[in-house]
Design a protein around this ligand. Structure first.
Ligand SMILES: C[S@@+](CC[C@H](N)C(=O)[O-])C[C@H]1O[C@@H](n2cnc3c(N)ncnc32)[C@H](O)[C@@H]1O
Length: 519
């Protein structure tokens, strides 16, 4: 079953939290591109178009109690699920509206942030027009909009896969799940029998294996919608330009650095142009981009100099991703490999492993006096892009000396998520008010955390083992399920010990765990 404009509604989408959607990530990407983002210290408004099952919306609402979060979705079953999370999580700053974008309530007001993930490439041209109208009418001046889409040329050789799946599914009987299952089997059949398309396109043949690992709900929403389209960057930029919105930058952060995305032999293409729109297109061709997360703004306010960036932007703090990173640090972000090293990074890493600091405080650090502010800022930004540092919405306290014996989970939202998502078979995201975004852990670690918060450290491994048995959940070692009870116990005991020594100090530092008040 689909909407009048061809979008599937008889099958729920999959749950998922996307960190790029946090106001902090969007604001930082804007500031890096010399655009002043909306302030988030006090109240701000955030609209998610096509919020699905609402994991991003609700996690961000719980992590940013000073903001108001509104989600819109056409699927009533999605909105029912979001409403349940909002009510169980006690989120009085979040609201889910069951509505087609076309009939969005006119008096909904304006928003400092609008996001749409997994929507723009999958809806009809009329719905896209409506999205552009919403952006024009409901994004506050200086506000930021995040849009994700399937991009060209990365999708070029895979487009027929979508065509085959959709056409075959249309010929089949049954509900959406049955039809996507049949279509997938057909795809595997013609691939295995070496249909000429697959012989001529070995990458497409290999791609079929990755589809077999995916959830059918994801595959149905990705491939069976009537109007699926992959766009060149310039096409999307032109659409937003038509509603007077300008391209600001992109996520993940490293995509804002062309030299981290394309090989050095292409540098002349980039060094000889100052036009960002041209640069983005070069980058997509040189990197064969298949998916983009782009940020647009209405009436962007440009940062003229370093002082502006320090003075006009609140709530962006930097810290080392981990305390044990050693230089030189090697990374590969897909196409190019880079190495981070040198005295400036040594000092930044040592400093940001101890403290979470805003740019102004990093610049005034005594050991950095000999460096020009612009160089320090560039090193911090490049460090974020290369996975050395991360950005938080506030000052995360330093690692504690001692962890209290009795701990609890203060946020009702996190209590609800842990109760429901532990051992769900997918990553679990909890809200963290200190960072303003989600904190993700494996569903197995979520089960350990749940037991720890319910009844403390005593017999922790026994209780986790009981949960695993109750949920008929197998655990693996070296890629194989463990069948021997003794080995199973040993693995769970080791996992609990590791969780207590490594994850708990982090969770306590982030305020996801707090000291339990004595009763
Ligand atoms: C692929 S899902 C993405 C969900 C969510 N943003 C996420 O990342 O998990 C696309 C969502 O857009 C919603 N949608 C599609 N067309 C719509 C329309 N015309 N009006 C409102 N919602 C729509 C669908 O119901 C679906 O939940």
């Amino acid at each position: 079953m689909t909407t009048a404009t061809g979008y599937i509604t008889d099958l729920d989408y999959i749950p998922g939290f996307y960190p790029h959607m946090s106001p902090t990530a969007i604001r930082y990407a804007a500031s890096l591109n010399r655009v002043i983002p909306p302030a988030t210290t006090d109240n701000f408004r955030y609209l998610e178009l096509g919020c699905g099952l609402g994991n991003s919306l609700t996690t961000l609402a719980a992590a940013n109690p000073q903001g108001e979060f509104v989600g819109i979705d056409i699927n009533p079953s999605h909105i029912e699920t979001v409403d349940k999370i909002i009510s169980a999580g006690g989120l009085n700053n979040a609201k889910a509206i069951h509505s087609d974008f076309v009939s969005l309530p006119k008096d909904i007001g304006t928003f400092e942030f609008i996001s749409l993930h997994g929507v723009f490439s999958w809806v009809s041209p009329e719905v896209r027009e409506q999205i552009l109208r919403i952006a024009k009418n409901h994004l506050a001046p200086g506000g930021l909009l995040l849009v994700s889409y399937n991009a060209m040329p990365g999708w070029a050789h895979l487009q027929p896969i979508r065509g085959i799946l959709r056409q075959y599914a249309q010929l089949r009987q049954g509900d959406t799940t049955q039809r996507i299952r049949d279509a997938l089997n057909y795809l595997v059949f013609i691939r295995d029998k070496k249909a000429k398309y697959f012989e001529d396109n070995p990458q497409a043949a290999a791609y079929v294996d990755s589809l077999l690992k995916q959830d059918l709900r994801y595959l149905a929403h990705e491939y069976l919608n009537e109007h699926w389209t992959s766009f060149y960057f310039s096409e999307v930029a032109a659409m937003f330009h038509s509603v007077e919105m300008a391209f600001v930058g992109s996520l993940p952060i490293h995509t804002n650095f062309w030299d981290l995305c394309v090989r050095p032999e292409f540098q002349d293409l980039f060094r000889t142009t100052n036009n960002r729109l041209v640069t983005e297109s070069h980058k997509d061709f040189c990197a064969n981009t298949a998916f983009r997360w782009d940020i647009y703004s209405k009436q962007p306010q440009v940062i003229e100099n370093v002082e502006d960036r320090l003075r006009l932007i609140d709530n962006l703090y930097f810290r080392a991703v981990r305390n044990d990173i050693k230089l030189p640090h090697k990374i590969n972000l897909g196409v190019v490999s880079s190495t981070v090293q040198g005295p400036l990074y040594e000092i930044l890493l040592a400093t940001l492993s101890q403290d979470t600091l805003p740019l102004a405080e990093i610049l005034s650090h005594a050991q950095l006096n000999d460096n020009v502010p612009a160089d320090i800022i560039r090193a911090v930004d490049a460090g974020v892009a290369m996975g050395l540092f991360e950005v938080a919405a506030g000052p995360v306290p330093p690692s504690p000396e001692n962890i209290p014996e009795h701990l609890f989970i203060p946020l009702p939202f996190n209590q609800f998520i842990l109760r429901n998502e532990q051992l769900s078979g997918r990553p679990v995201s909890l809200a963290c008010a200190a960072t303003g975004t989600g904190y993700s852990l494996s569903d197995f670690d979520a089960a350990i955390l749940y037991e720890l918060s319910e009844a403390g450290k005593n017999n922790l491994a026994d209780r986790v083992l009981a949960q695993l048995s109750k949920n008929e959940r197998s655990i693996q070692k070296d890629g194989k399920p463990i069948t021997d009870d003794k080995i199973r116990r040993e693995v769970v005991e080791q996992a609990c010990a590791r969780f207590l020594s490594q994850a708990v100090p982090q969770l306590y530092r982030l305020g996801i765990l707090e000291s339990k008040p004595s009763s």
